[in-house]
Design a protein around this ligand. Structure first.
Ligand code: BGC
Length: 752
């Protein structure tokens, strides 16, 4: 009898491991669709299967593309945005190819299609997932109206190095904020059902660790341990998979020697088996054949073999699968089982998108691009994304009785650059700049003098500064718009120097010398090192690249029609040498103790240990310029004492955290209240603080509100010394505060 049981267990085990690993996980699969997929796969030749796994970038010769499609050599096309051409290509796929499988049309719709929203980093500053979702919905409605059904967004790479140009494309340094904003964006793109004709399949990217590129230099290697991956870089992706993201993109970097595109640990063990992902894994642009440059594959055939075996389903543009796949399969160097699984995932998403039933885009539908409601959403997002960094003597909002305003700086009227990076389809002619918006808002009541001083951010030796200074003499207030052009951030656009480019710093300093109040607004794709400019300015707004409606949003904020509520989604360094600098660093053996002897205060021939031996820079100190979560308002908020539902909790308890928030100023305002936790002692060292909750609370002057957070204790789990995700019992600290460096800690204990 025992023998029989053992036999059946072995037999079942063999059966189980032979079946599709994704189907095993996904109890909720649609059986009818799966049947159709299996039926199709049975009919497909190996060439047709590899054709589905091939994504091409559109080229102008439609006949040539049609020829490939007819032969079943194309599964997806990116960068085709013309509805007529899309329908023509789709017709070939559906009516002329042997199996009639529709094409999946993809595009990088990153922060808007035509109506451009703030760059994702700016959206991160809103701490408002509802806005991110609404923005993604607008983008999806506009993009699908042109036949696009797949976007390569959101980028949910945790990024802690502002030298890395792609920091602009994500939500900043924090895994929790990135997860929440990423999930909201996915929900906005996809809606409840991919079958909705306005749904865009999302593609969280880049899996994984890409944001940690060494030295902040794009495409560079990373050296992240499994624990760091699991605690910091995986969580946004796991949340994205839970939220139903249809696809995932691999990253360019090699981590600990293994390029993501050839990494079966991340693609099969974690993504498929642990998280049950059943959508498409797409490579990044040519990241399959770039494994040759990495020195991880000798040629395109080996690259294809490694990528397919590791779990890449679709190859973006480098065509090594389709070229080498048949031979590799013949020689059993790739398993047909792996190819079948890849095709299954691709067909599954095509079915879910409803492409088999309705492959065409309606060319006759009314124009939805730049719809008034889309522009209104974009303006709201831009308004909430702006961070007030300084406001001495309530310089802002600008007083109602000003007669003359000087508008200056290269970003005051830069319709292209205010859109930021990754805007293939945005049109600068639809941008409203701060200069235009201020002129429109103020009409003839206020004289607006425009003296740009610099025509673009990198300009040097310009006589324009003298002109702006002369004009400043006639003005009551100076509005200086500086920052960086769109081209200075985004992919491959990294910087080793984070100061303002060109003569912009000289401009701010010269304007400040006039004695007139200077309001500096920075538009940039990353946090810049602006300590000196902040020092001499009376007020500073940080707008990142705010998009199409950046001008009206800034005009409202500057003139007090709206009140700033953005908070820094990333730590602002004083100088680039502090990078990487982020709030959730681990506790060190010699933590900073509040005293720092800075370079000019060191006595000559000071004794070796006389400076205290703690963790800070002699020339830049310990603190950043602005911490994570920081941002001011035109009003003030008071935080009442924090009350916990219990100071001793069990692992499966849920804790509630309550406090009063009062608007103690004289205008309505919104505060982003933030909840941080520290796990004081762990089996491995833990971050000094981790964001666990946040919420935007709007209060009238004098209004008090009881704010309540609920925190399941299981959310305090982390990957511990045994590489297990557990809540370790012990003492914790908790803060509710206006930023990552404020607030009084309260204590609680987790018991078994
Ligand atoms: C980028 C991706 C992008 C892809 C397609 C690559 O260079 O890394 O983020 O989605 O191109 O345009």
């Amino acid at each position: 009898m025992k023998k029989k049981i053992a036999y059946w267990m072995i037999a079942l085990g063999v059966l189980f491991s032979a079946c599709d690993e994704t189907q095993k996980q996904d109890a909720g699969v649609d059986r009818e669709t799966e049947k159709k997929i299996e039926a199709l796969i049975k009919k497909m030749t190996i060439e047709e299967k590899l054709g589905q796994m091939n994504q091409i970038s559109a080229w102008s010769n439609i006949e040539e593309m049609s020829g490939m499609i007819k032969e079943g050599q194309v599964g997806s096309i990116l960068n085709e945005v013309e509805p007529k051409r899309i329908n023509a290509l789709q017709k070939v796929a559906v009516e002329e190819s042997r199996l009639g499988i529709p094409i999946l049309i993809a595009r990088d719709v990153i922060h808007g299609y035509r109506t451009i929203f703030p760059i994702p980093l700016g959206q991160g500053a809103t701490f408002n997932p509802a806005l991110a979702k609404a923005g993604a919905r607008v983008a999806a409605i506009e993009a699908t109206s042109h036949g696009i059904r797949w976007t390569f967004a959101p980028m949910i790479d945790v990024a802690r190095d502002p030298r890395w140009g792609r920091i602009a494309e994500g939500y900043g340094e924090d895994p929790y904020l990135t997860s929440v904003m990423g999930v909201a964006t996915i929900e906005g793109f996809q809606t409840d059902s991919l079958g909705n004709p306005t749904a865009l399949a999302a593609c969280p990217k880049h899996f994984v660790g890409y944001g940690a590129a060494e030295g902040g230099r794009d495409y560079n290697s990373t050296g992240l341990s499994e624990r760091t991956l699991r605690n910091i870089y995986f969580p946004p992706f796991e949340a994205a998979v839970k939220a139903g993201a249809a696809t995932i993109m691999t990253s360019f970097n090699d981590n600990d020697g293994i390029p993501s595109t050839g990494n079966s640990f991340i693609l099969r063990d974690v993504l498929r088996r642990e998280w049950g992902f059943d959508g498409i894994v797409v490579s990044d642009w040519a990241s399959v054949t770039e494994m040759i440059n990495h020195g991880f594959a000798a040629d395109a055939a080996e690259a294809a073999m490694k990528a397919i075996s590791a779990g890449v389903d679709m190859e973006m543009v480098s065509a090594s699968f389709i070229t080498n796949g048949p031979q590799l399969a013949k020689e059993y160097k790739v398993k047909e089982h792996d190819i079948n699984n890849a095709v299954r995932c691709i067909l599954r998403i095509k079915f879910r998108l409803g492409l088999f039933d309705n492959p065409y885009v309606n060319e006759m539908q009314p124009d939805v691009l730049y719809a008034p409601s889309h522009l209104a959403e974009a303006k709201e997002a831009a308004t909430q994304s702006v961070i007030l960094l300084k406001n001495d003597n309530n310089t802002l909002p600008v007083k109602k009785d000003v007669k003359t305003i000087l508008v200056t700086g290269p970003m005051a009227d830069a319709p292209f650059d205010q859109l930021g990076t990754w805007v293939f389809d945005g049109d600068k002619n639809h941008s409203i700049t701060p200069l235009q918006a201020l002129r429109q808002m103020l009409g003839s009541d206020v004289q607006v003098i425009h003296e740009p001083a610099l025509t673009y951010s990198r300009e040097l030796n310009t006589p324009g500064i003298a002109k702006a200074v002369a004009a400043a003499q006639r003005a009551d207030v100076i509005l200086a718009f500086v920052g960086e052009e769109a081209i200075l951030s985004g992919e491959a656009h990294c910087l080793a120097n984070l100061n303002l480019q060109g003569d912009q710093s000289q401009l701010i300093k010269a304007l400040a010398k006039t004695g007139k109040p200077v309001v500096t607004t920075v538009m940039a794709g990353r946090p810049l090192c602006i300590g000196e400019e902040v020092e001499v300015s009376s007020a500073v707004l940080y707008a990142f690249h705010p998009g199409t409606m950046g001008g009206p949003a800034l005009a409202d904020l500057i003139m007090g029609v709206a009140n700033p509520s953005g908070k820094t989604p990333v730590t602002f360094p004083k100088v680039v040498g502090q990078v990487p600098i982020f709030y959730a660093h681990h506790s060190t053996g010699r933590p900073f103790n509040g005293t720092e002897t800075l370079i000019h205060d060191i006595p000559a021939e000071a004794g070796q240990t006389s400076l205290g031996c703690t963790c800070y820079y002699l020339d830049a100190g310990f603190h950043p310029l602005f911490p994570f979560g920081y941002g001011l308002s035109y009003t003030t908020f008071e935080y009442g004492a924090v009350q916990l539902s219990a100071t001793q909790v069990k692992k499966d308890d849920t804790m509630t955290i309550e406090f009063d928030l009062t608007n103690t100023g004289s205008v309505v305002g919104t505060e982003v209240v933030q909840l941080y936790v520290q796990d004081i002692v762990g089996s491995v060292t833990r971050p000094v603080k981790e964001l666990k909750r946040f919420e935007r609370i709007t209060l009238q002057p004098g209004e008090k509100q009881r704010v309540k957070f609920t925190l399941p204790i299981e959310e305090l789990a982390f990957w511990n010394i045994d590489m297990k995700k557990v809540v370790e019992p012990g003492d914790f600290k908790l803060w509710v505060a206006k930023d990552s460096q404020s607030g009084e800690a309260v204590n609680f204990k987790v018991v078994e």
